[in-house]
Design a protein around this ligand. Structure first.
Ligand SMILES: [Zn+2]
Length: 193
């Protein structure tokens, strides 16, 4: 798929939202990508995972790990196509953790998969957890990079299927807050929007 085809997939699914959003990083934005609305269709998830896998050496990993919740669907699908185990990290009391009885074999080479990256904070926290548990994060895959102009976010290679620059603002510098027309919303907290 070309980047335009992937973008069309997002638009067709109503997954490119316009408004006033608080991102998971705490920054504000006028646009939000709701990948869940694309990935809810298994065929889309399958196609996007295949796109991501085409960018890596599929034999270079022992398992796939994603930060919940965003990375769960695409991470599971990538792992399914690679026929590798899939685990996830999740926040509890604000802290990224490996729970649910998951254990990472010592020295396991880990492919980290996320749906959308911006600052990359969740992915970095996920990689910290993997390292604390003896794994070696070696590659990141994400469907969308929302800040392709920010190099150096990660200390391992990162490949994405779609680069889509979306302006974000620190809350105190947000022009949408200044206009005060639209209240800022956390997209995840409103169900599918
Ligand atoms: Zn704002």
């Amino acid at each position: 798929m070309t980047e335009n085809e992937i973008l069309a997939m997002y638009e067709d699914a109503g997954a490119l939202l316009n408004g006033h959003f608080i991102l998971s990083s705490g920054r504000h934005s006028a646009r939000y990508l709701q990948s869940a609305l694309v990935l809810m269709h298994p065929r889309h998830a399958e196609a996007l995972a295949a796109e991501l896998i085409a960018r890596i050496d599929p034999d270079a990993f022992d398992l796939v790990v994603s930060p919940a919740i965003g990375g769960l669907v695409i991470g599971q699908e990538v792992a399914r196509q690679l026929n590798k185990p899939f685990m996830f990290t999740e926040r509890k009391d604000g802290l990224m953790q490996l729970r649910r009885g998951f254990t990472i074999p010592e020295g396991a080479r880990v492919l980290v998969v996320e749906d959308v990256i911006t600052t990359g904070g969740s992915v970095r926290e996920c990689m910290d957890v993997i390292r604390e548990h003896g794994g070696i994060p070696t590659q990141i895959l994400a469907v969308v990079d929302r800040a392709p102009d920010q190099p150096g976010r990660f200390d391992v290679p990162c490949a994405t299927a779609l680069a889509l620059h979306v302006e974000t603002y620190a809350p105190q510098e947000c022009p949408l807050c200044r206009e005060g027309v639209l209240p800022a919303v956390k997209p995840g907290s409103r169900g599918n929007a």
